[in-house]
Design a binder for this molecule. Structure first.
Ligand code: C2E
Ligand code: MG
Ligand code: MG
Length: 704
């Protein structure tokens, strides 16, 4: 209990009554200390009140300068939050009651008071006033909060079933006072049908005691006829027996926030450029389709996955703005023929995917693929640029039995690569052998990485023979992989993966470096043979910006004579960007290097620019040589290539020369060089050296 004395302002004109009050207070056994400030007139009392510091006013209603309820009214004007207890004579009960009605805390009849009654009344009055004050503050705060947040208020009486809506509640939604009835239906009937069940459910849960407060977001009809998002909150009130009698709360306008949320959600799930669903949304829809396929065995879906042919070229040559327009135009074309239930998504870059839902037959998926190809093969008119594109499409079917979206996309991707490998605009449906192949490739990739780091590669050398003289004129360096488990693995098995993953770059350079160092030694050992070296330069290496510097470095480090080094390149290296490739080749030639066009005849459209290539030698692909059996056709092709090369002032070499017959024929055609098993297989360094020392001769006369 507080030790501070309770300060009482006693306004009493009768000294006897005043001293009685003081005595009673002194006698009090309640433990409280009282301090009395005595005034005998209202005017005096009020001025003391204004100075403050009182805990309670004890007021005699009949004073010389005022009487009755009038006395109370004038005091209360200055009392503020200080409680007032009035004292009257026995016959003034009516006046006292009036004062209590107007806010006095209590009244005491003078000759019925004793010490206990007085002290108890004072204490209760102070306590009650404190509670009232607290309540007033909190109510004020509440009403401030309500108006501050521009909330509407509602109060539903569960007994009478009537509901009160504040003006704000109504005006917030554009309704006027008279528009809204006073039953709950006035609310519920305006709630968006899809939001109503949840609203009823949550209100019901709270009324049955399942939740400690009620809260629900829903759309509600505005007078204008559109829906607006609101947040309803409330609390139920129970009577003494615990029965719910009322539930009241607020209604907040959350439309702006909801719209922002919806926009954010839309943005998070859609591609900003085409407005198509993005990967996240696509996977989400795919998940639903997978679940459905798991429940219903007769339900089929297909995922078609593709990227655009030549998109990079279009982007690089016509600019990103045109590339973007192409993507938007493609999105529009795809949407134009797909069924409403299907999802078409842009997964990133130039990659698109389609989820065809509930198809009847696997062939439907193929029909969709054909339709896509048809649509994409029509030209796109992009503000003056007519652009052509196309796609190889991979298809994964739900019949494979998927359990997660990632697997479906992975398989569709694998199938797409298979489709691409057929060249041109194909489609392929995923099957399990593709999966096995993909896993093997992945394994191979891992192994290759390890092998590059661990130096598991060896270089073999295959002699190139001057057909006229029948002597070895040089060697081609060919890489082999000494695999710890599989033994010697040939390039056919790993070069394309190395090319795709970029590992060909470190691998290719180590072969070139090693071979140059080796040839440099051989050339010193047998200078009279004037041997040359051929190395294969992969497209990835060719594309390196520092190609020239790296080559110069190798030449310098190994002492290899550049004029005796031939770089074997393939046609496809020139295909992508002929102009700059030709310029780069020109620079290589200026270094004194020899350039050989490898595998000639296997690429396409080479003839049209062959004359522009600064290459020295054409190597006719093995496939043409192996068909040289004396029949007119194949022999004629080789003959044509040889004369073409001669016409362009280039040298000619033949690959895959396996028989004496081929040797003689090629010699006769004046093909200058030959390489093949007939002379020697590619052999390791020691055997190659033995060949150099032996310096064999192949003569046409020997068996003729
Ligand atoms: P390529 O450059 O056209 O090499 C000639 C290929 O034909 C070699 O295959 C060689 O062993 C094979 N060959 C030579 N004569 C005959 C013959 O009479 N009959 C038959 N059936 N085949 C013959 P290999 O060594 O398996 O290499 C295959 C391809 O791998 C090469 O074709 C080349 O494109 C690539 N390659 C090999 N080593 C390297 C390298 O170090 N770097 C790069 N980038 N590619 C390489
Ligand atoms: Mg080669
Ligand atoms: Mg070749």
């Amino acid at each position: 209990m507080s030790l501070d004395p309770i300060r009482i302002l006693l306004i009493e004109d009768n000294p006897a009554d005043a001293s009685l009050v003081e005595r009673y207070l002194d006698q009090s056994s309640s433990g409280s200390k009282f301090e009395v400030d005595w005034a005998t007139r209202v005017a005096d009392g009020r001025s003391r009140l204004r100075k403050g510091g009182h805990d309670l006013v004890l007021l005699d209603l009949s004073l010389p300068d005022s009487d009755g309820a009038e006395t109370y009214r004038s005091v209360i004007a200055d009392a503020g939050s200080v409680p007032v207890v009035v004292m009257t004579g026995r016959n003034d009960g009516e006046q006292a009651l009036q004062a209590v009605r107007e806010g006095a805390q209590d009244y005491l009849v003078k000759d019925r008071v004793d010490a206990d009654i007085l002290v108890r009344s004072i204490r209760y009055a102070i306590e009650r006033k404190r509670v009232e004050e607290k309540l007033r503050i909190s109510e004020e705060r509440y009403s401030l909060a309500v108006t501050g947040a521009k909330d509407g208020v509602w109060d539903w009486d569960l007994k009478t079933k009537s509901i009160y809506f504040s003006e704000r509640w109504k005006s917030m939604l554009g309704w006027a006072s008279g528009d809204i009835g006073d039953d709950i239906d006035a609310w519920f009937s305006r709630v968006h049908p899809s939001d109503l069940p949840a609203l009823k459910q949550q209100l019901g849960d709270h009324l049955s005691g399942g939740t400690d407060h009620f809260e629900n977001e829903h759309r509600i009809l505005e007078k204008s006829g559109t829906y607006r998002w609101v947040l309803a909150r409330g609390l139920a009130v129970s009577d003494e027996s615990g029965r719910r009698t009322r539930v009241a709360g607020s209604l907040t306008d959350i439309h702006g926030r909801k719209m922002t949320e919806e926009q954010l959600l839309h943005d998070a799930m859609h591609d900003g450029l085409t407005q198509l669903p993005n990967l996240a949304l696509f996977q989400d829809r795919l998940k639903v389709a997978i679940a459905q396929a798991q429940r219903r065995p007769d339900y089929l879906f297909a995922v078609l996955f593709f990227d655009l042919d030549r998109f990079k070229v279009i982007n690089d040559s016509l600019g990103h703005a045109v590339g973007d327009r192409l993507l938007v135009a493609i999105a529009r074309r795809l949407l134009s023929f797909l069924r409403p239930g299907d999802t078409v998504a842009r997964l990133g870059g130039d990659e698109f995917a389609i989820l065809a839902n509930g198809i009847d037959d696997p062939r439907d998926a193929i029909r969709i693929a054909e339709r896509i190809q048809e649509e994409l093969s029509r030209p796109f008119d992009l503000g003056g640029h007519e652009v052509f594109t196309g796609a190889s499409i991979g298809i994964a079917m739900s019949s494979t039995g998927y359990t997660c979206p990632e697997d479906v996309l992975r398989d569709a991707d694998i199938a797409m690569y298979r489709a691409k490998s057929h060249g041109g605009k194909h489609h392929a449906v995923f099957d399990l052998t593709m999966h096995r192949r993909a896993v093997e490739l992945l394994q191979l990739e891992t192994d290759l990485r390890r092998a590059v780091d661990g130096g598991e590669f060896v270089t073999h050398y295959q002699p190139i023979v001057d057909l006229e003289e029948g002597r070895i004129s040089g060697f081609e360096a060919l890489v082999r992989w000494r695999h710890p488990e599989r033994g010697l693995v040939y390039p056919q098995e790993f070069i394309s993966v190395a090319e795709e993953t970029g590992m060909i770059v470190p691998l290719g350079w180590s072969v070139i470096r090693e071979a140059c160092a080796q040839m440099s030694k051989w050339r010193q050992r047998a200078p009279e043979q004037d041997l040359s070296l051929s190395v294969n330069l992969s497209p990835r290496q060719f594309a390196q910006p520092d190609l020239i510097e790296r080559l110069l470095e190798v030449l310098q480090d190994t002492g290899m004579d550049p004029t005796k080094l031939s770089l074997e390149i393939i046609e496809s290296l020139i295909m992508d960007d002929a102009e700059s490739a030709i310029a780069k080749l020109g620079k290589l030639r200026d270094l004194g290097l020899q350039l050989h066009l490898d595998d000639f005849g296997t690429g396409y459209s080479s003839l049209s620019y062959l004359h522009k290539l600064p290459t020295h030698t054409i190597k006719i692909d093995r496939s043409f040589i192996s068909r040289m059996t004396g029949a007119e056709g194949p022999d004629k092709i080789v003959e044509t290539i040889v004369s073409l090369a001669q016409g362009l002032g280039m040298h000619v070499a033949a690959e895959g020369l396996e028989t004496r017959e081929q040797f003689l024929k090629l010699r006769k055609l004046e093909c200058e060089y030959g390489q093949g098993y007939y002379f020697s297989r590619p052999v390791d360094r020691e055997h190659a050296q033995a060949l150099i020392d032996e310096s064999p001769r192949w003569r046409p006369q020997s068996v003729e």
